[in-house]
Design a protein around this ligand. Structure first.
Ligand SMILES: Cc1ncc(COP(=O)(O)O)c(C=O)c1O
Length: 345
């Protein structure tokens, strides 16, 4: 796959030489005993960066969401979220299967739920209703095309929730993309939340790993849930070392991915104005509408593959294209030309 321009996801990047070196040289210990110095320092570094008391290293963003929601809610409680939330659709039903939570999805405006909407659904829990325990926001929002959750609305949602004793979780798998797009430090969103999870293995470019941040008390419970889910890892400093490099070197270059996504989107919009809603292209994702071209995802994907471009090509008429560290500006020019051939040819 190395010869392809891979637009399937920002998870496909391979570790850099600096990451591999850090992995080879990492000081390690048994992290289940809290003995891994590389993990411990990564957790402290991340917590400090996000303005929280503590961090917990987890293997995936999916586990990050689970250890947060599980720490903030009890079985039978309700989690309010946007209808397209990643944990609702793409994490194997974990919220129900592992945590026993009820989801209360709200239709977002461009995937953004508002304080007004949230205020209207929070309920204390009676013998009839589930208790609303958590409000979750996703930033950036994957299925809405990598949109940034506006900070003012995030603060307003958090206030409504906190005023009624409801906790706030942010699925910040790509929180540093939000930072790069707005210039606002990621900690501004973290300030709204009791727990936040972010991924090293997406735009930041590490091979594995995610981080959860929050108060020491909440993370103590998250730690217990991580073990229950089988996420207690041993000499995991070898992975944390790459994550540390990703956090130190990956954030500043995310703007390049955003510029590449925008250029790709603008090229597609020139093919047909209905192809892309340019207002929604805020970070590293482009959602391409295939309807104007009278093509389906699998057809376009197959044509692109022959032309050296990998895409997910799901059934239906929308195709997600994602930029990342291993897609250069030159690659975007080639991918744009391949897309033009696949869509118009
Ligand atoms: C918004 C969001 N949250 C969580 C995840 C889950 O991350 P992982 O694949 O590491 O479980 C993803 C993965 O793409 C995501 O896009």
């Amino acid at each position: 796959m190395t010869d392809f321009i891979d637009l399937r996801s920002d998870t496909v990047t391979r570790p850099t030489p600096a990451m591999r070196k850090a992995m080879a040289e990492a000081e390690v210990g048994d992290d289940v005993f809290g003995d891994d110095p590389t993990v411990n320092s990564l957790q402290e570094f991340a917590a400090d960066l996000l303005g929280k008391e503590a961090g917990l290293f987890v293997p995936t963003g999916s586990m990050g969401n689970q250890v947060c929601l599980g720490a903030l809610a009890r079985p039978g409680d309700e989690v309010v979220c946007e209808a397209g939330a990643h944990f609702l659709h793409y994490e194997g039903g974990s919220v129900a299967a592992h945590l026993g939570l009820v989801a209360r999805p709200l239709p977002g405006d461009g995937a953004i739920i508002t304080a007004h909407q949230v205020a209207g659904v929070i309920r204390p829990g009676t013998e009839h209703n589930p208790r609303t325990a958590v409000v979750a926001m996703e930033n950036t929002h994957n299925s809405a095309g990598g949109r940034v959750f506006p900070i003012d609305e995030a603060r307003a949602v958090a206030k409504v929730a906190h005023d009624q004793g409801v906790a706030v979780h942010i699925d910040g798998a790509r929180i540093f993309n939000a930072q790069a797009a707005t210039g606002l430090p990621a900690r501004e969103w973290a300030d709204c939340a009791d727990t936040l999870t972010f991924c090293f293995s997406k735009g930041l470019g590490a091979p594995i790993g995610s981080m959860v941040v929050g108060s020491a008390e909440i993370l103590k419970e998250s730690h217990r849930i991580r073990k229950r889910l089988g996420g207690g890892m041993r000499q995991v400093g070898v992975i944390a070392a790459a994550a540390q490099v990703a956090l130190e070197t990956g954030v500043d270059r995310l703007a390049e991915d955003h510029a590449n996504a925008r250029r790709l989107a603008e090229g597609l919009a020139e093919l047909d104005p209905q192809a892309v809603d340019l207002d929604l292209v805020e970070t590293n994702m482009v959602y391409l509408n295939l309807v104007p071209f009278n093509r389906t995802g699998p057809e376009v994907s197959a044509a692109l593959k022959v032309d050296g471009v990998l895409t997910l090509g799901p059934p239906g008429t929308t195709m997600r294209l994602v930029t990342h560290r291993d897609v250069s500006a030159e690659n975007i020019t080639s991918a744009g030309a391949a897309l033009s051939r696949a869509l118009l040819g």
